[in-house]
Design a binder for this molecule. Structure first.
Ligand code: SF4
Length: 393
C-alpha cells in the first residue's frame, strides 16, 4: 500500500478521538516561533488501525470489515517532520489500535516519539495516547518525550466498560492513570528543587468519556469526572457524544446529541472554575437541560440570589451571573476601583449583556431597555445561544 493511502486511512481512523481537537500552546519552543497561546492544528493520526480488540462502539474493532493499515516507525517520523517543516501542523497527536499486544503497540509509538525528539530534534507539541494494559516502564518512558499523555477511560462504570469493551480490564486503564499522575506529581517537586530536573509529560494528562452509548446520567458522568480530576490531577476530561458507526445490538441505534456534549462541557467548567457544586446543577433532575445552559438554568431557579449589584458584589457573586465569566468578573472588580460602573461600561468590559441584564443592577438601577412586561421565566434563553457559544458562561 502506498504511503498516501496509508496516511489517509490512519488519519480517518483517528477522527473519533476528541481528547485533542486543538491545543493552546503556552510553553516550549513555540514561544520562540511566535505561537504563544495560539490555537494550532496537530497531525492527528493512528499508528495502526488493525486492532486485535473488539470494542462495540469503535470503527476500528476487529470484527469490522474496513481497510487496515499500519505505519513503520520511519514512515511516521518522516511524515511528521515533513508536515512540520511545511508548516501544515505544529505537532503530533498519536494514538493506535492494539496490534499484537499492548506493550508491542506502545513500544512502536514510543520509538516514533523518541526518534522525533532525539534524532530529528523535533520541537513540536506531542500528545501521546497510552494503550490500556501497558507495562509501567513504558508509561514512564512515554512521559519523557510527550508533552501530554492521555488514556481513554471511556465509561464511568466498570459494568459499562465490560459490556462494550470486553477485552479491556478496568484495572488496565486505572493503572496507567495512577502511574502517570504519580510520576507527574513527583517531577513537579523535583523541578522546584533542582534546576535541571525535567517535568514528566509537562502538559499533564487528559482522558475521554463517551456519552450516550450507555445509560449513565449527566450527574453520574460529571461526578465520575470530578473524581478523575481529583484523584489523577487530570488537566481535562473530554466528553465525546456517542456516534453510531457500527450496528451492534448492545448499542443505541442513533448517535447522541451534540447539545448534550456541550452541556457537559459547560457544567464541567462551572464545577472546576466557577465553584459550583455538582448537586447545584442537578436539583430536580439527573440530566442537564438541553434547552438552556446550566448556569442560566441555575440563575432562573434562584431568584433569591438576584439581582446582583455590579458595583459591590463579590467575585464569587459576579461569576454566578449568566453572561459574566471569570475574565469579565476580574475586569469589573479592577475597573470599579476607579469609578462606579454603568451598563455601557459593562459592554466595553465584555459582559454579555443580553444574558446578564436580567440578573444585575448598576448603582441600584436595572437595565433601561429591559421590557418590564416580559417576565424572566418566559424568556427563551435557548434561542439566544448557539453551539459556538457553548463556553460563554
Ligand atoms: S482497543 Fe481501541 S482501537 Fe481497538 S477496538 Fe477498542 S477502542 Fe477501537
Amino acid at each position: 500500500m502506498n504511503l498516501d493511502k496509508k496516511l489517509k486511512i490512519l488519519i480517518s481512523s483517528a477522527k473519533y478521538d476528541v481528547a485533542c481537537s486543538s491545543i493552546y500552546l503556552k510553553n516550549r519552543n513555540f514561544l520562540n516561533l511566535g505561537y504563544s497561546s495560539k490555537c494550532v492544528p496537530l497531525l492527528k493520526v493512528l499508528f495502526s488501525n488493525a486492532c486485535i480488540y473488539d470494542c462495540a462502539y469503535c470503527i476500528n474493532r476487529k470484527s469490522n470489515n474496513i481497510p487496515r493499515a499500519t505505519f513503520s516507525v520511519n514512515e511516521l517520523v518522516n511524515i511528521t517532520i515533513s508536515f512540520y517543516k511545511k508548516n501544515y501542523t505544529k505537532g503530533l497527536f498519536l494514538s493506535s489500535a492494539i496490534i499484537k499486544n499492548p506493550d508491542y503497540t506502545m513500544e512502536q509509538m514510543i520509538k516514533v516519539v523518541k526518534k522525533l525528539r532525539t534524532k530529528e530534534k523535533f520541537n513540536g507539541y506531542i500528545h501521546l495516547k497510552i494503550i490500556p494494559g501497558v507495562d509501567e516502564k513504558l508509561i514512564e518512558e512515554a512521559g519523557l518525550y510527550a508533552d501530554r499523555l492521555s488514556i481513554n477511560v471511556e465509561f464511568p462504570t466498570k459494568k459499562s466498560l465490560k459490556f462494550l469493551a470486553p477485552d479491556k480490564e478496568p484495572e488496565s486503564i486505572q493503572k496507567p492513570l495512577i502511574v502517570s499522575s504519580k510520576k507527574y506529581i513527583e517531577t513537579i517537586s523535583e523541578v522546584k528543587k533542582y534546576k535541571h530536573a525535567k517535568l514528566f509529560s509537562p502538559a499533564g494528562q487528559t482522558t475521554q468519556l463517551i456519552v450516550g452509548a450507555t445509560p449513565e446520567s449527566d450527574k453520574k458522568i460529571l461526578s465520575f469526572a470530578d473524581k478523575l480530576y481529583k484523584d489523577y490531577k487530570l488537566k481535562r476530561v473530554y466528553y465525546s457524544a456517542y456516534i453510531a458507526v457500527n450496528y451492534d445490538k448492545k448499542l443505541p441505534t442513533t448517535s447522541e446529541s451534540q447539545i448534550r456534549e456541550n452541556r457537559l462541557y459547560q457544567a464541567d467548567f462551572l464545577i472546576r472554575l466557577y465553584n459550583f457544586r455538582i448537586e447545584e446543577l442537578f436539583e430536580k433532575s439527573e440530566r442537564l437541560d438541553l434547552k438552556i445552559d446550566p448556569k442560566t438554568k441555575w440563575a432562573i431557579n434562584h431568584p433569591e440570589f438576584f439581582p446582583i449589584e455590579i458595583n459591590s458584589a463579590s467575585y464569587d457573586e459576579l461569576i454566578r451571573v449568566p453572561g459574566i465569566g471569570i475574565k469579565t468578573a476580574k475586569l469589573i472588580i479592577k475597573a470599579r476601583k476607579l469609578s462606579s460602573l454603568n451598563f455601557d461600561n459593562l459592554i466595553k468590559i465584555g459582559v454579555l449583556l443580553k444574558k446578564a441584564k436580567y440578573f444585575i443592577t448598576c448603582n441600584g438601577k436595572k437595565y433601561n431597555n429591559l421590557e418590564r412586561s416580559t417576565p424572566l421565566f418566559s424568556i427563551n434563553f435557548s434561542k439566544e445561544e448557539d453551539k459556538t457559544e457553548c463556553f460563554s458562561l
